[in-house]
Design a protein around this ligand. Structure first.
Ligand code: NAD
Length: 462
């Protein structure tokens, strides 16, 4: 556990292994529920909201420290998650950018003055920190996923108790040290590590926790919302994002986006492209080009700068992806490239003619797979896109803006991007899902508001 400004010694430990070669990357404490309870009570007793200018200074300094240490952080992320170094270098910059936006937004957190008609009173509103926020984060992008919860927490003036994934806790601990070095008072941050089935429910349900923000799978998210019953909750859950390609699409763009969105982070991204839905005759050309693009992706050692696709987070995860590919092929999909498994590694796969009801595309498949689903018309594309329980983001490739707006209105998702993939991202815009993909919105300015409460003050005013 990281508390009182440092990692505390522990006799009961958990080993963190590199998914690529099994080497030990580090050890962390296996905290008990009693230790977690004591730490949360300590935060409750000591925490006082910081002044907004101080929050902004801490966040800005943390961004500078991340940039200064981006090389070592990127290597740590790659070693504990298996994500290739070419991507983890970008992740550190993305984390720094999120911190800078959080710093800027801190000083923009302003309320309103509302004249109350007929009562000679004025109402003033102000944002106050919601209190102590429990943040539970997933294994993929272990730095940025932590930053997008802790940075808005600090910006809102909250204290945060973070429980990172047990698969990738070392990056979270490194970030906690950076925040303290940047000036965050020790009582504003606790990081608990250990067995998720024990710590997760204890944290989410703790009476001194005011809000729970969770990112992870639908299955765990539902357990968290039960444990957190009665508290404010934000859930960022799984995705099954489609890239919809219309007959008039710029195919070069569609292929470029499909290649990025399906294979980045070895396909382990909530907003990665999980389905390529192609309307009409463009499919033959698109599939041929996608196979060529995927052929050039190099799969292997995550620390090799030439690697595009590292291993999955575990061999177990890779076995699930391999089985789903096999099942899709048994249901008449054509495997055109890749899909070979070596331990936790899956080579980038392209499948054509995937039936819309294959598990590969009905469930969220966290692997480097581009499944192409052919449909006859736009109505069928919308039907297929909406047919799963997920509703995170979508991308549509077309030159026809009028048709795009109709599709955008019909898709049940949190965001739709024209001539960009579902993975389009900015710290300034809202992010979150509908249906089983989540509740509430992240995106730094939106998270800050989720982690704030509005206090209204009224006073006599002629
Ligand atoms: P996961 O659900 O297995 O774990 C997420 C977190 O929950 C981890 O910290 C884990 O230790 C913890 N946890 C496990 N059991 C728990 C319990 N009983 N109570 C409380 N916490 C518990 O998810 P994962 O495999 O780490 O991450 C992959 C999933 O996350 C995918 O479904 C992906 O789409 C999703 N994800 C969503 C977003 C988004 O913003 N929508 C972003 C990234 C990842």
């Amino acid at each position: 556990m990281f508390r009182d400004g440092a990692v505390q010694p522990s006799s009961d430990e958990l080993t963190v292994c590199n998914p690529w070669n099994g080497e030990t990357v580090g050890v962390v404490a296996r905290d008990t529920v009693a230790q977690l309870d004591e730490a949360i009570q300590g935060v409750r007793a000591a925490w006082r909201p910081l002044r907004p200018d101080r929050r902004a200074a801490i966040l800005g300094q943390a961004a500078r420290l991340i940039r200064a240490r981006s090389g070592e952080l990127a290597e740590l992320i790659s070693r504990e998650s298996g994500v290739c170094i070419a991507e983890t270098r970008k992740e550190t910059e993305r984390a720094a950018a999120n911190l800078i936006v959080a710093a800027t937004e801190t000083e923009r957190l302003r309320g309103e003055s509302i004249p109350v008609p007929g009562q000679d009173r004025l109402a003033l509103t102000k944002f106050e920190p919601i209190g102590i926020v429990a943040a539970i984060t997933p294994f993929n992008r272990p730095l940025n996923q932590v930053v997008v919860k802790v940075a808005p927490g600090v910006a809102a003036g909250c204290a945060v108790v973070l429980k990172p994934s047990e698969k990738t806790p070392l990056t979270a601990l490194a970030f906690a040290e950076i925040l303290l070095e940047a000036g965050l008072p020790a009582e504003n941050l606790v990081v608990t590590t250990g067995a998720p089935g024990v710590l997760g429910p204890a944290l989410a349900g703790h009476p001194d926790i005011d809000m729970v923000t969770f990112t992870g799978s639908v299955h765990t998210g539902r357990a968290v919302s039960v444990a957190a019953a009665g508290k404010k909750i934000l859930l960022e859950l799984g995705g099954n994002d489609p890239l919809i390609v219309l007959p008039d699409a710029d195919l070069a763009l569609a292929v470029q986006l499909a290649g990025q969105g399906a294979f980045a982070t070895a396909g382990q991204s909530c907003r990665g492209i999980k389905r390529v839905i192609v309307v009409g005759a463009a499919a033959d050309d698109l599939v041929a080009r996608l196979v060529e693009a995927a052929r050039h992706k190099q799969a292997g050692d995550p620390l090799d700068p030439a690697t595009d696709v590292g291993p999955l987070v575990s061999e177990e995860a890779a076995i699930t992806v391999e089985r789903r590919i096999g099942d899709a092929v048994a249901a008449n999909a054509k495997l055109l490239l890749g899909g070979d498994r070596r331990g936790p590694l899956i080579t980038p796969a392209v499948l054509d003619n995937v039936p819309a009801d294959a598990e590969l595309v009905v469930e969220e498949t966290f692997g480097p797979v581009a499944p192409v689903i052919r449909v006859a018309d736009t109505a069928a594309a919308i039907r297929v896109a909406n047919s799963t329980r997920y509703g995170l983001q979508a991308g549509v490739i077309t030159a026809d803006v009028a048709e795009f707006t109709e599709i955008a209105a019909a898709l049940r998702v949190g965001a739709v991007n024209l001539n960009a993939g579902p993975h389009f991202d900015s710290p300034h815009i809202p992010f979150g899902g509908v249906k089983s993909s989540g509740i509430g919105r992240e995106g730094i300015p939106y998270s800050i508001r989720e982690m704030s409460t509005v206090k209204t003050i009224t006073l006599p005013y002629p």
